[in-house]
Design a protein around this ligand. Structure first.
Ligand code: VG1
Ligand code: CO
Length: 542
């Protein structure tokens, strides 16, 4: 039986970089999740009897909202929902299922790398039929709808048991509970040389995968320890926990320090990797060296042809604006198309669908390809392993050779977290006010050659996104980018991205902080970060 429930709008359901993210108690307000889900169902394109994929990263409140979404889908005319067992689906696995099963879309419940638990973060994201995050025109329409919603529909019956694989019915709708890993693992085997990676692992190559108590645990265990035969214990923190073990499932130098410490030991493993809450990010660490995500994108693009799935070569590369220009150098040398998009995976979808690019990446530890329409942590790890198996080289050697061939883009991102929104906005406003007069200005030895607020015109559908971050480019190509995060749930997070190109091979082994010293000082001088945020130093440097 379908019940129509009266509700009143909330005024703060505007999706950010990657869906709607709020603290759990915020989501637990009466009808809060229902309003957002109904607004989605009201605006998205879906044929009668459409299929919908539903899953999440297993964080606190995941199951409740999955059950709600199933009951609301049944009341809103969906013909079938495809749900990961126990409500689990990594973001890339959800993307794959949407594509493979020709669903009209999917609901992914995650706040990605943000902490979980009763006081942690929660999130709802909608993906469209190509498997990718909803583009801005849909997120904006959803937001408009949330401001005028008066009722939502839900079936009275409870959702079926999410732990039992198989089909049941709820009202007129089929509820299909699927193994969250099987289809994804099959796709990975179609892309990579599993026998070669398996032989490398059998030959004594040692790896460590840190799932950070988040969703990649079951995927990593099935693929690395199961299919590829890595010894049990290769995957650590491999059971998804509702609060991620109290940790912060963001694979960077701060939160994945334990993994990095293992890899820095002289007798440590050959290769280490970690993923985030929902399995779309990756951190790659070689023995004695952490790979910066922007470099990882460039290396993967330059070597993808070594994996069977990309043997024909790649069509082009796309990177988000703040991501370093290391990938551009690969594209230039190899005669490939290169696209610079705003932050967030939703901007890659059209380029991938149109076949303009094969590999995409962001400085925030996200890389992926046209195999799905999301970034994909385990995919990136497998492509690295495939490259290592095909070349027989170490991560350190691969990077050194890459820099010798293409030069090195030294890079850092400085995050100032949970600063007061007012100060952060003033900092950005002040920069924007000065953009027009900045060109030609001198800071130490650096001269500004160009300064703008990044805007993007999608080359496929012509849509325009403005205000995507302030770029200050210096003669010689060094850059400082300032933008505010669109995924935080408290105050504002200021991100400052700093980059300098170094072509001389004998200068490729400097610590990034040293190579970027002058630019870091210039970022303070231009942005007046201390003045506006009251902070002496960033919280996180990646
Ligand atoms: C951050 C990253 C961005 C990424 C987004 C979602 O956004 O900078 O590159 O796409 O998170 O990642 P922001 O607006 O906070 O800078 V995740 O792993 O949520 O799916
Ligand atoms: Co994520």
């Amino acid at each position: 039986m379908i019940e129509t429930v009266a509700t009143t709008p909330y005024d703060d359901q505007k999706p950010g970089t990657s869906g709607l993210r709020k603290k759990v108690p915020h989501f637990q307000q009466p009808h809060y999740a229902q309003n957002f889900i109904q607004s989605l169902f009201d605006v998205v394109e879906r044929p009668a009897d459409a299929a919908l994929v539903i899953g999440g990263d297993g964080r606190f409140f995941n199951r409740e909202v999955i059950e709600l979404a199933i009951r609301m889908a049944a009341a809103n005319g969906y013909g079938r929902v495809i749900v990961g067992q126990d409500g689990i689906l990594s973001t890339p696995a959800a993307s794959n299922l949407i594509r493979k099963r020709q669903a009209s879309g999917g609901i992914v419940l995650s706040a990605s790398h943000n902490p979980g638990g009763p006081d942690g973060d929660f999130g709802i994201k909608y993906n469209i039929s190509n498997g990718g995050p909803a583009p801005e025109k849909i997120t904006e329409a959803t937001y408009r709808r949330t401001k005028e919603i008066t009722e939502y529909k839900i079936v009275c019956e409870p959702a079926p048991d999410l732990s039992k694989i198989g089909e049941t019915r709820l009202g007129d709708m089929v509820v299909e509970i699927v193994d969250p890993v099987a289809d994804y693992a099959e796709l990975m085997q179609a892309l990579f040389d599993f026998p070669a990676i398996k032989a490398m692992l059998a030959g004594g190559f040692r790896m460590r995968f840190d799932a950070m108590h988040a969703v990649t645990g079951p995927y990593a265990k099935a693929i690395f320890e199961g299919l590829l035969g890595a010894p049990a214990g290769t995957v650590v923190n491999g059971t998804p926990l509702p609060d991620f073990g109290g940790g912060h499932p963001d694979p960077n130098a701060v939160y994945a320090k334990d993994l990095i410490d293992h890899l820095m030991a002289p007798d440590g493993p050959d290769f280490g990797a970690a993923s985030d809450g929902d399995g779309d990010r990756n951190l790659i660490v070689g023995r004695g060296i952490v790979v910066s995500p922007s470099d990882s994108l460039a290396v993967l693009a330059a070597n993808a042809h070594l994996a069977p799935g990309y043997a024909k070569g790649i069509a082009g590369i796309a990177r988000s604006m703040p991501t370093s220009q290391a990938a551009d150098r690969v594209a230039q040398k190899r005669g490939l198309g290169i696209y610079e998009t705003p932050t967030g995976w939703k901007f890659f979808g059209n380029l991938l669908d149109a076949g303009k690019v094969t590999i995409c990446g962001e400085e925030s530890a996200g890389t992926g390809s046209d195999h799905v329409r999301e970034k994909d942590g385990v995919w990136a790890v497998l492509l690295w392993l495939n490259i290592l198996a095909a070349t027989g080289k170490s991560v350190k050697d691969i990077l050194a050779e890459h820099w010798r061939e293409f030069g090195r883009n030294y890079y850092q991102r400085h995050d100032y977290e949970e600063v007061e929104s007012k100060g952060a906005n003033s900092l950005m406003d002040s920069l924007r006010d000065r953009l027009a007069s900045m060109s030609g200005q001198r800071f130490g030895t650096l001269v500004v050659s160009e300064a703008d607020d990044f805007s993007y015109k999608d080359p496929v559908d012509g849509s325009i996104s403005t205000g995507q971050g302030v770029r200050i480019v210096f003669s010689g190509g060094s850059r400082i980018v300032f933008r505010l995060s669109g995924t935080g749930t408290k105050g504002a997070t200021l991100r400052v991205y700093i980059e300098r190109f170094e072509g001389h091979a004998d200068l490729h082994d400097l610590p990034p902080a040293e190579a970027l010293k002058e630019l870091i000082e210039t970022a303070e001088a231009v942005g007046e970060i201390r003045k506006w945020t009251g902070r002496e130093a960033p919280d996180v440097i990646t």
